[in-house]
Design a protein around this ligand. Structure first.
Ligand code: ADP
Ligand code: MG
Length: 623
């Protein structure tokens, strides 16, 4: 038939093991980063509390992963290096409920077949460590004693030295290092209880101490992994349904990104890129995010290992859910709800999401401890008591139920909108921040909510509302622009000019119109009206530097936010102005809307809540 297929002429042979391993390596070992992923996952499966990763020349020359896990017993060292040898599965039913990161038993032999690999290990109780070197034939050599603390070290040198065709696909050291760092980052995000360090050519790049339950340290670690500010800009997520739990963080839409570079989704502790969940997340953000922007999130979905098949992809980047539809809807609804409750959905004192790699723990936790303190304590939006049905609940000093007062107030007939566009509040329900009672000292607004007393700093709250409004107008691309009578000309390098070309859309959205004139010339033609007084040339140059550094720039928004904040301050209620009750209620409703609009929430608090329990405690009641 076709004589360009010479293989037809050859006899069928069983391939030698070494070649089989090299072929398998094609699926799991793509580059140093994939080696690192397999080795670190092995360390985690071995219960490591600390994992040290040292790389040379992007990990191509050398990649060494050390851990303090359980180690490999002497009689199993050579076995660990043979194909389809694993301690994690014994029979098919294990595969259906696999809770470890590895289970295919092919990483070590595959890596060993395309590198010079040394495996050293020591288990508890052994007098010394043992080390085995894999020869170029792919066969493990003699076991030799070595000094090694409890744990395992895998030292991988000269990746692809014997498969030059594959070596050609490696990129520069820098690029490979970038991939490597990304892998370490992804894994470290999911394992706050494990310490990690990463060094390159002897220089430390990351050093992450394990964090316990301390939210401050956890936030620090998030910032170390994702850049400063992530934790501050994020809403914590902790949602549960029967057999499903979603935890982690989503960044407020106002801090969305121009690139999809901060999207981490884990299923039972395993980072996956799954179309189904990506779609669900995207859809949840669709109401609150411009389509050209990308949400940022770190999310952990936990479900019974029996409900998900991790054995779909050799490198396990994908999973298959048994109930895909249900998982999709759960993720979508959980996030949509979280995004629409905004900062008001945060539990008082900060709610820390369930983290991590222990599916059983988390799923069990759902069954036991959910109703009262998990969901009930998640903030004012969650609690909707009807006053009439609660005898002990009398508004302070005012002899009519709040529900009626609210219903009678023509200004506030319609409550905040639900995410699905329904008016959420029935006339008798109580909005999250309740109803105004009085103004105190000209400065504070006192309100009664279902959960207790709300105290609002009027000026701060109003300033926030104005600021967020300005900011969302800006974010929606409705920021007024102002044409320059004489375009501002700036000389940059052709590469930099090219960057501005690429990001033209983003810039125009925030009101900056820049044309390219010639290879390295830029003409700034229109600027955001809010920014007309800043040093434009400096701003544009800084912008280019940001774009060159990481392909995105928050600088324009930062500058703008500064200007917007100043404007908001001048435009808001001064202290000591008397407000009427309807004015105060209007402010409360505005605050709820703004929180729902999910804009930034840093700086000093604009309101506090003194709960019924707090009051009882103050008056030593109910002891
Ligand atoms: P898998 O992880 O799929 O089981 P691997 O080839 O990655 O397959 O590892 C083979 C076996 O070697 C593992 O099942 C485990 O028993 C052992 N092993 C590998 N790395 C480590 C380690 N860092 N600590 C303890 N045991 C390890
Ligand atoms: Mg493994």
């Amino acid at each position: 038939m076709n004589d360009t297929r010479p293989s037809l002429a050859r006899p069928i042979r069983v391939l030698p093991d070494h070649l089989i391993n090299q072929i398998a390596a094609g699926e799991v070992v793509e580059r140093p980063a994939s080696v690192a992923k397999e080795l670190i996952e092995n360390s985690l499966d071995a219960g490591a509390g600390r994992v040290e990763i040292d790389a040379e020349q992007g990990g191509i020359k050398r990649l060494r992963v050390r851990d303090d896990g359980c180690g490999i017993p002497p009689d199993q060292l050579a076995l660990a290096l043979s194909r389809h040898a694993t301690s994690k599965l014994a029979e098919l039913s294990d595969l259906e409920a696999v809770a470890t990161l590895g289970f295919r038993g092919e990483a070590l032999p595959s890596i060993a077949s395309v590198s010079r690999l040394t495996l050293s290990s020591r288990t508890e109780g052994e007098p010394h460590g043992l080390e085995v070197v894999v020869g170029s034939s792919g066969e493990p050599g003699e076991l030799r004693p070595c000094a090694h603390p409890r744990g395992t070290t895998v030292d991988v040198r000269d990746l692809f030295y014997n498969t030059p065709a594959r070596r050609k696909f490696l990129r520069t050291d820098r690029t490979e290092l970038g991939h490597l760092e990304q892998v370490v980052r992804r894994i470290a995000l999911a394992c706050p209880e494990v310490g990690f360090s990463l060094s390159h050519n002897g220089r430390g790049l990351l050093d992450l101490a394990p964090v316990g339950d301390d939210p401050v340290r956890l936030h620090k670690r998030l910032d170390a992994l994702l850049g400063p500010g992530f934790a501050e800009q994020a809403l914590s997520v902790s949602e549960q349904a029967v057999g499903l739990a979603l935890s982690g963080w989503v960044v407020r839409p106002a801090f969305s990104r121009s690139q999809p570079d901060q999207q981490f989704f884990y299923v039972n502790g395993r980072m996956v890129r799954d179309k189904l969940v990506t779609h669900a997340v995207r859809q949840a953000f669709s109401d609150v995010l411009h389509h050209s922007r990308h949400p940022a999130y770190v999310l952990f979905l936990t479900l019974s290992p029996r409900m998900v098949d991790a054995n779909v992809h050799p490198a396990k980047h994908e999973v298959r859910f048994r109930e895909g539809r249900q998982v999709h809807d759960f993720v979508f609804r959980a996030l949509q709800r979280r995004l629409s409750s905004g900062a008001l959905g945060d539990a008082p004192g900060g709610s820390e999401p369930l983290l991590g790699r222990s599916p059983d723990q988390a799923v069990d936790g759902i069954a036991e401890a959910s109703p009262p303190n998990q969901i009930g304590a998640r903030g004012p939006l969650a609690a909707r008591r009807t006053p009439d049905h609660d005898a002990g609940w009398l508004p302070l000093g005012i002899g009519e139920p709040l529900g009626r007062r609210y219903a009678a107030d023509p200004e506030h007939q319609s409550g905040p909108m639900d995410a699905d566009g329904q008016t959420r509040l029935e006339s008798r329900e109580i909005p999250p921040l309740g109803f105004a009672l009085a103004q105190l000292n000209g400065i504070y607004l006192l309100a009664e909510s279902a959960e207790g007393l709300i105290v609002v700093d009027i000026h701060a709250a109003h300033e926030r509302v104005v600021y967020e409004r300005l900011k969302s107008a800006w974010g929606a691309g409705q920021a007024p622009r102002q044409p320059l009578l004489v375009p501002l000309l700036i000389q940059v390098s052709p590469r930099e000019a090219g960057l501005l070309d690429i990001h033209r859309g983003l810039l125009e959205r925030v009101g900056l119109v820049v044309d390219r004139i010639g290879p390295g010339g830029l003409a700034v033609r229109e600027v955001p009206a809010l920014l007309r007084d800043v040093d434009l040339e400096r701003l544009v140059r800084d912008l280019i530097a940001d774009l060159a550094a990481d392909g995105t720039s928050g600088r324009l928004e930062e500058e703008a936010n500064g200007v917007l904040a100043t404007m908001a301050c001048h435009g808001s209620v001064r202290a000591n102005r008397r407000l009427t009750l309807p004015e105060m209620n209007a402010l409360l409703r505005d605050m709820e809307q703004v929180e729902r609009a999910d804009q930034c929430n840093h700086g000093r608090p604009t309101w506090i809540r003194v709960s019924h329990a707090d009051l009882d405690r103050l008056f030593a009641r109910g002891r």
